[in-house]
Design a protein around this ligand. Structure first.
Ligand code: OSB
Ligand code: MG
Length: 374
């Protein structure tokens, strides 16, 4: 394919409830969708969609929404416009001279993938090698100001039928909340925590106290670059350590596994530069007997649909952060967003990512568009 034009649709969607992590409180989602126009050898034109998952602030990772749009405009888009035979499988190669910016690159790879698969009439799930048509749906619960509010919030998601609860934690908002959730909902509740790098190895004695609550895992307790420290922490506690922020590539995943720093890996396609790298991490982890699950970045319907397909690969043996669209949004920007029922979401089966962007909704939430041409 040849890239004809790119349009970045900057959007701002209100969240149904504020979402607090150890690094920030989000009240709305500011992100952008990438709309790519492509032509194939026979002159057919086709549209493909991608989503940029960077947050507005560089607190989770170095990337941020405006920065991702800027690097696409100045550097990534021109490199793709220069390519004569663009395929999803060669996007990474075309962009390899630009250091970093995995989320910006992933959004572009998505648009190429979606277009390529639509041309072929193939679903993303089939392309990836998905082995199931539904995937278990977990929910990520933000830090609540009080234990009572944590219990109330978790109760609501448990009643809705979510297959797994992940509670965000930080120092001062950890043991007490975890203990209360276990006591209230029992030992059968699939339950895990995510610290978003809020601790250091000196907190090992406190973190170790989480061991008695039968958690599925603790996600990213220490800072992004603390691979060795995560391995040391793993020696000091029985709860499996899962890495999120620390894993930025298949190569990094291999190092983490080798070091004993990751018993489990949270795979987020944006964080690792795209869905093809995400699949490589899946393959690597599976070969090593390391469980993986699909993380989330408060995606709109486009990103969530693609995540559901990824999570249908055989190595995704733990429920992902693939909650229904209504967990974050009263209204989405795709026609039929992901819905959770009885703890499951359907893997989209239509061509490409299998969702249609609703232009009217896009206009409603739009804060501007950036037009890019060769
Ligand atoms: O650490 O998994 C995380 C959202 C933004 C940044 C980091 C994380 C998260 C989530 C949200 O936990 C999960 C979701 O999108 O459902
Ligand atoms: Mg995380």
């Amino acid at each position: 394919m040849k890239l004809i034009s790119l349009r970045l649709h900057m959007v701002e969607l209100p969240l149904v409830a504020t979402f607090t992590t150890s690094f920030s409180t989000q009240t709305r989602r500011e992100c952008f969708l990438v709309e790519g126009q492509f032509s194939n050898d026979t002159g057919r034109t086709i549209t493909g969609w991608g989503e940029n998952v960077a947050l507005p602030q560089p607190f989770y990772s170095a990337e941020y929404t405006a920065g991702a749009a800027d690097v696409i405009r100045r550097w990534l888009a021109p490199a793709l416009f220069a390519a004569d035979h663009l395929t999803a499988e060669t996007v990474t190669h075309q962009l390899r001279h630009i250091v970093g910016h995995p989320m910006a690159k992933a959004a572009l790879e998505m648009a190429v993938l979606d277009a390529q698969l639509r041309l072929r009439g193939q679903s993303f799930a089939e392309y990836l090698g998905a082995v199931t048509s539904t995937v278990p749906s977990g929910v990520s619960v933000g830090i609540q100001p009080t234990v009572a509010e944590t219990l109330k919030t978790v109760a609501n998601y448990v009643e809705q039928g979510y297959a797994r609860i992940k509670l965000k934690i930080k120092p001062g908002y950890d043991l007490e909340h975890v203990a209360a959730v276990r006591k209230e909902f029992g030992n059968q509740l699939p339950f895990q925590v995510d610290a978003n790098a809020a601790y250091t190895l000196t907190n090992a004695p406190q973190l170790r106290r989480l061991d008695e609550y039968g958690l599925l895992l603790i996600e990213q307790p220490l800072s992004e670059h603390d691979l060795r420290q995560h391995a040391q922490l793993a020696q000091q506690m029985t709860t499996p350590i899962c890495l999120d922020e620390s894993v930025e590539s298949a190569q990094g995943a291999a190092d983490a596994i080798q070091l004993g720093a990751a018993a489990v890996i949270n795979i987020k396609p944006g964080r690792v530069g795209g869905y093809l790298e995400a699949r490589r991490i899946h393959d690597l982890a599976r070969a090593h007997g390391v469980a993986v699950w699909c993380g989330g970045m408060l995606e709109t319907g486009v990103g969530r649909a693609a995540n559901a397909a990824l999570a249908a690969l055989p190595g995704f043996t733990l429920p992902g952060d693939i909650s229904g669209s209504d967990r974050f949004y009263a209204e989405d920007i795709v026609a039929a967003p992901i819905r959770m029922h009885d703890g499951w979401v359907d893997v989209p089966q239509g061509p490409g990512f299998g969702v249609e962007v609703d232009r009217e909704q896009l206009r409603r939430f739009s804060t501007g568009t950036v037009e890019l041409t060769p």
